[in-house]
Design a protein around this ligand. Structure first.
Ligand SMILES: Cc1ncc(COP(=O)(O)O)c(C=O)c1O
Length: 434
């Protein structure tokens, strides 16, 4: 087939109607580089990102409850909710027209905002629906040669373990697990790094870990792990409980692949997430779901095989709940406006306050490491003689929402964040003391 020019192809696609969105897939002009122009404007004027009360006011969360489980699935701050509403109205009013006129700029605004937040290149970022979708697509799509193995840990969430189990069932891939610590509260960087490295063999091609363990609150020293691995394996990280908390860039973090939902600590639209990978890592990953982006359609139309993967090409195609996807730009901007450093400081300070307070309560054992070095926002603890679900009930009667770790071993779990306050942390501790 003769080479079909992009312009001709886009014209044809547009004429076909069913691919109307295609003409606007390319990441277009009209963006000011900050992803603010056009369909995704700045946050409302009343919002003062320097004032924590004003930050909290942006959330519609019930003010009579202290929301220590808000990170499980996010509520949207006002700028995000406004963007969702604006896109929803546009799509409801003139679906075809709004899609065609909005998609390129809005998609570009999202990956630009994500790249600004991560200190990354927009083309290295794929948009997903969740952490789990990213994990499934990456662990299902990593190219592994004969005999090459995956090393994971005992501390990862269901989504990592089962994505790897599905891969193993499909391809016979060998997946081994290593235990990084026995007692989370006394874990150390040296112990974690040396146990992981001891698990690496010449056959290990991929190391699959989780930045912040949602079953214990341990935050892995990802940079130290990357340094210790010295490039012997691709370091792939479920980052969902670190993203939106920690003030680091992907270079600081040091991993090769980062997969995270953006609907937890980042308080982005529900049903959104990202995968970032270094260009060299993208070269080792095959996409599973065809992307809806013009060059891929061009290859198809011209009978050509797909080009190698990058973030754009890893983004699963098909039409999406665009009102949520496009409002993700606002969630990244919301955090950048507040300041990643201030978000990290606020979250860590409350987590430290909570751990210190809980440690003083008779009968309470804090599971998460004290201090900052190996923890983030998640705080796990046990109450002697009480089932975690009963403790949740007690907290709920005091107007406090928390959660239970969704693992074989259960703990009570709390997540101080930008929607909680130091006073609420005190009330949390007081509720347990009483
Ligand atoms: C470590 C970890 N990864 C992934 C998930 C799932 O996230 P998502 O809903 O974005 O797939 C969770 C919990 O929901 C989790 O704790």
């Amino acid at each position: 087939m003769a080479e079909l020019s992009r312009r001709a192809f886009l014209g044809r696609a547009s004429a076909l109607g069913g691919l109307a969105a295609l003409g606007a897939c390319s990441g277009g002009d009209g963006d000011d580089g900050n992803g603010r122009e056009g369909a995704v404007p700045a946050a409302g004027e009343a919002f003062d990102p320097g004032d924590w009360a004003s930050v909290r006011d942006q959330f519609p969360l019930d003010p009579d409850t202290a929301h220590f489980a808000a990170f499980v699935l996010a509520a949207h701050p006002r700028p995000v909710a406004d963007a969702v509403e604006r896109h929803r109205t546009g799509l409801d009013t003139d679906t075809h027209g709004y899609l065609a006129e909005t998609e390129a700029d809005a998609d570009a605004a999202v990956v630009t905002a994500a790249a600004d937040y991560l200190g990354a290149e927009p083309v290295d970022i794929a948009l997903t629906d969740s952490t789990t979708q990213g994990l499934g697509l990456v662990y299902g799509g990593l190219r592994l040669g004969p005999g090459e193995e995956v090393l994971t840990t005992e501390h990862d969430f269901y989504s990592t373990h089962q994505a790897l189990a599905l891969r193993a069932r499909r391809d016979g891939t060998v997946v081994r697990r290593v235990r990084l610590y026995d007692d989370p509260a006394t874990a150390s960087v040296d112990e974690i790094v040396s146990r992981l490295v001891a698990g690496v063999t010449p056959a290990t091609r991929v190391v699959a870990v989780t930045w912040v363990h949602s079953g214990t609150g341990v935050r892995l020293p990802v940079r130290d792990l990357a340094d210790a691995l010295e490039g012997r394996a691709l370091l792939c990280v479920d980052g969902v409980h670190g993203l939106g908390v920690e003030d680091v860039s992907v270079d600081d973090l040091g991993c090769d692949v980062l997969m995270a939902g953006t609907h937890k600590w980042l308080f982005g639209p529900r049903g959104t997430g990202i995968v970032w990978a270094r260009p060299e890592a993208w070269a080792s990953i095959e996409a599973t779901i065809p992307p809806f982006e013009p060059s891929s359609f061009g290859e198809w139309a011209n009978g050509l095989p797909p080009e190698p993967t990058n973030g754009l090409r890893f983004t699963p195609g098909g039409y999406h709940s665009f009102e949520h996807r496009w409002a993700l730009a606002e969630a990244f901007r919301f955090h950048l406006d507040i300041g990643k450093d201030r978000v990290a400081e606020r979250t860590h300070a409350q987590a430290a306050q909570l751990k210190e307070g809980l440690a003083e309560v008779p009968g309470v054992t804090v599971v998460t490491p004290p201090g900052d070095a190996l923890s983030a926002g998640i705080v796990c603890f046990d109450v002697d003689g009480s089932d975690p679900a009963d403790v949740l009930g007690r907290l709920a009667r005091a107007g406090i929402a928390a959660s239970v770790t969704p693992y074989a071993t259960q703990h009570v779990r709390a997540g101080p964040s930008i929607v909680t306050t130091p006073d609420e942390v005190d009330a949390f501790v007081a509720a347990l003391r009483s």
